[in-house]
Write a protein that binds this ligand. Structure first.
Ligand code: KMH
Ligand code: ZN
Length: 309
């Protein structure tokens, strides 16, 4: 198959809070609609989190996921990827519940314990829709994003072994690639490996071209041609880094989970607008996008008929 670019759209996440953008999808209706629109715009993978519909607080509740997963599946052919990163207040056990219940084709798997600082965002806002928001963001100053070897083993066993779910391996620094290689060496992870290089999170590697080149060079050394990579640049780094990824032979991730803007000073009206924007870049590079079935073939996924929703 000639090279096709997989677009992942991460629709809402758990990093941004409702006051930061009126366009951040919160309710199951909003998440479903924006996910469907993103798929129609060209995203072949939808990376999904849930939120409490009243407050917008990130939620691990499988019942909430089940309010939008079947609707997205009925309306699109896109691959569903359920987060196991969850949100700051969740235990690892909680973070796995939705993916364990729904047995999706894909789930995220974060490859190392780290700091994850959102608190600089406090400086740019004084008014909040919900009381929980400033406290949630401030608490990131003391937050440890826990992804120990034991956590990774649990997720590989409970989701991978048990349900045939495959993973978006989120690597926020070079060491995370060595952790991934460790699990490959133990035979607990088999190809095709899909690595999401995450750049620009406060606590992870910085978002610049040199760092992306170093991540790719390291992955080439560790995994040879047995892997595919995609790139997620946090905030304003999203489009530049996704563009670099595409030019370097990789795949791209966009979506309001990682960046609320379409361009400087202009909030993205929805997720689909970011998908359309990266498609313009891909088109400029004469790159074709992968359909969901092409993404399934590239990543060795089990198929949408084998999920539990
Ligand atoms: N928002 C990303 C930087 C996950 O859901 O597993 C991290 C993420 C984690 O996507
Ligand atoms: Zn996520």
């Amino acid at each position: 198959m000639s090279r096709k670019v997989i677009i992942t759209c991460a629709v809402t996440g758990s990093v941004h809070t409702p006051s930061m953008s009126p366009h951040l999808p919160i309710t199951p209706d909003e998440i479903a609609q924006q996910a469907i629109d993103a798929a129609n715009a060209g995203a072949s993978i939808l990376h999904l989190h849930a939120r409490d519909p009243q407050t917008g607080f990130p939620s691990p509740e499988p019942d909430l996921f089940m309010e939008f997963l079947p609707r997205i599946k009925a309306a699109t052919d896109a691959v569903i990827n359920i987060s196991t990163g969850g949100g700051m207040t969740m235990t690892v056990k909680d973070r796995i519940r939705a993916a364990s219940h729904a047995a999706p084709e894909m789930a995220s798997l974060n490859m190392g314990t780290m700091n994850f600082g959102l608190f600089p965002a406090l400086a740019s806002r004084t008014e909040w829709k919900h009381d929980w928001e400033p406290e949630f963001i401030e608490n990131s100053r003391d937050f440890v994003f826990k992804n120990t070897f034991s956590d990774i083993e649990t997720i590989l066993a409970d989701l991978g072994e048990a349900n045939g779910t495959r993973f978006e391996f989120e690597c926020y620094d070079v060491g995370h690639l060595y952790t991934l290689a460790h699990f490959v060496d133990r035979g607990l992870i088999k190809g095709p490996i899909f690595i999401q290089f995450v750049l620009g999170v406060l606590g992870g590697i910085g978002a610049d071209p040199d760092n992306l080149a170093h991540l790719k060079r390291t992955a080439d050394k560790l995994f040879g041609d047995q892997y595919h990579f995609s790139v997620l640049g946090a905030g304003r780094h999203q489009m530049p880094l996704a563009s670099m990824a595409a030019a370097m032979g990789g795949n791209v991730r966009v979506g309001l989970e990682d960046n609320l803007y379409l361009r400087k000073g202009e909030l993205a009206p929805d997720n689909a607008s970011q998908v359309r924007k990266i498609r313009e870049v891909l088109d400029g590079l004469s790159l074709e996008i992968a359909t969901p079935d092409e993404a399934r073939a590239i990543l060795g996924l089990k198929g949408a008929d084998k999920v539990a929703f």
